[in-house]
Write a protein that binds this ligand. Sequence first.
Ligand SMILES: CC/C=C\CC(=O)SCCNC(=O)CCNC(=O)[C@H](O)C(C)(C)COP(=O)(O)OP(=O)(O)OC[C@H]1O[C@@H](n2cnc3c(N)ncnc32)[C@H](O)[C@@H]1OP(=O)(O)O
Length: 718
Amino acid sequence: MAFYSRVSGSVGMITLQNPPVNALSAAVRQGIVDTMHRALSEPEVKSVVICGQNGKFCGGADIREFGAKMTGPPLVPMVHLIEAASKPVVAAIEGIALGGGLELALSCHYRIAHSKARLGFPEVALGLLPGAGGTQRLPRLIGVPASLDLITTGRQVTAAEARQLGIVDEVTDLNAVDAAVKFAQSVADKSLDARRISTYPCPRPPDLDTIFERAMQQVRRSARGAIAPGTCVQAVHAAVTLPYAKGMERERELFSVLFNSGQARALQYYFFAQRAVSRWSTASGARWDTSKPRPVHKAAVIGLGTMGRGITVSLAQAGFSVVAVETQEKQLLEAKQAVSGMLERGAKRRGVPLAHDKIKYSCSVQAVADVDLVIEAVFEDMALKKTIFQQLSAICKPGALLCTNTSGLDIDELASQTQSPELVVGMHFFAPAHVMQLLEVVYGPRSCPEAVATAMQMGKKMGKVSVAVGNCRGFVGNRMLKLYLEQAFFLLEEGATPEQVDQVLEEFGFPMGVFKVSDLSGLDIGWKVRKADGLVLPAFTGTSARIRGGSRYSPLGDLLCEQGRFGQKTGKGWYQYDKPGGRVAKPDPWLFGFLEDYRAQHGLVARRIDHQEVLERCLYPLINEGFQILQDGIAAGPEDIDVIYVLGYGWPRHRGGPMFYASQVGLDKVVERLEHYQQIHPDVPGLQPCRLLRKLAAISNPAIHKWREVIQKPRSQL
Ligand SMILES: CC/C=C\CC(=O)SCCNC(=O)CCNC(=O)[C@H](O)C(C)(C)COP(=O)(O)OP(=O)(O)OC[C@H]1O[C@@H](n2cnc3c(N)ncnc32)[C@H](O)[C@@H]1OP(=O)(O)O
């Protein structure tokens, strides 16, 4: 709602009230309309101030209402009512003015912002455009190039930048509402003719066509299939080329196209999913609201390879004191230099103070004796990790949390090396650890709720989105990835090429296809894991060369590694590069010959594989594994899986994540296609729809937020 009061006799004050961000719900819009009419009808009121309760002006349209039938007054007539008012209206912007909130502010005749306020049009991230006149008013106020930047990127600006751009009239360090009241009194008698932005002509730069062409090219490059950014460009174009009323009509048409698109639904689902994962729960019943994190002031990182360095930087930047340990003097020095460089670049980019003095480097593991939490980040070798955990258990003070950065090893096996297995959790960072936003927090069967809560909170403090997952091989992300990789290999055996598979996946919206990513990460990493698992056997031919444990296995990746083709680092992998370390992937004629020889050797006849099959074969087994993970209680809900895939594996955000995508495709269709492929390839693993997927498909594809009701009480696998 919005409530009305009178200040100093002559100022009508409208206060938005809808915690937590004063979003423009039906009740708030109704409240604004009613109180505006009241302010305009009271003769003593000479001017009006609009502000938000609890130091937040307005977070925009109420996204929770988007899926439901529209009630209450629409936004557009509401902003027109304000702009057309005969008394000056001043927006007092504290905290945030985002989306519809900024549109509300732009309909006011003046804007006063607190210095800490942030303003912007984040609609593009929800698959929308500013649909209450934002695309028509902003260019009239600040010009086309700056508007295109803000509207197509969703970038939020500080009050200082907003002042510089001309979005706000005044910035104050004091109370913005008091300042707005004073300001409103000072302009009470002033003419409003020059204050209604919709009446301004839209500035028309001479190189207009070039500006719009460049903007379109830019969004096409960065949007990877998302439709909202390009539509935002079209809406701003209407501001320049059409009179205001016609521009508003065009804005409405374009908004409606976006609003009704599957992309907007996916992005809005994702918005809430990313927030939902902080309300974690574990298979044993521990929960975010009943588990208290332990205080952590000082942390340690053991092992300063690529991952350890990134983790050290993240911890120091988050304000923790860090003890960084690498046992060899030479490696320690190298790591110190690398970490310093990363911190310097980070400080420059983010305009924050350097965090060098937060880190103490040591060659001795004894240096971690007094820390509150250790993150072991040595390479993926269970024997080595076990030794370190035995040492840590003996050295660390009682109550210290022992965490391992692993991409898939058994947390419980490590916990069993310590005297306090309840204090052991996994923290699976993604490379580069100081950049990637995702953290999988892995709880073992014995991890206590406080340990999980502490790791989750540490992740948040490091600026990460932490997702709590159960302990199993590969956890959530890599467990599902295995199925995706396997299918990609099988497709090569059957006649596809790496370029074809990658192209399909990139058209779907992944920044890179599976083979390009493998080349980037290094083919030897998976090879080492497969060797440790006993999957890499000496070369021999015949059907048994492609069978492991009764299922089909493709040794293609192993064969490439045997040739020393490890990907970008060696200049050759699934593609060729101009030099070792080169970045630009080019098709390699050698590989075509290699695949032909391989097929001939194994009696395989290449067939034409179409786009649809590549997509379904790569994605549906991965999705099926996601359902198996839910069935096993390893992830608490589909949102957890989707957030992991969007933030950790490049799944296109405008498709919501693999589980949301499946819900859009239709679960019955996913089951039907998996069964189809299973019939054709009965020996291929991962094609058999799991019980939960079948069950959900059978009850007519319930909406994703209803799945939890069907997922049986997670039975602890742990
Ligand atoms: C004709 C249509 C015209 C206009 C279209 C629009 O206006 S679309 C909406 C545009 N606004 C946004 O996109 C803002 C989205 N919100 C945010 O970016 C952040 O939430 C915000 C406001 C910067 C606050 O961030 P913070 O990190 O402090 O908190 P958090 O993100 O966890 O949010 C707190 C809870 O508020 C809920 N929430 C936030 N914004 C909205 C909103 N616009 N509508 C409804 N609810 C919103 C958010 O979901 C959190 O609640 P939770 O229960 O945890 O999910």
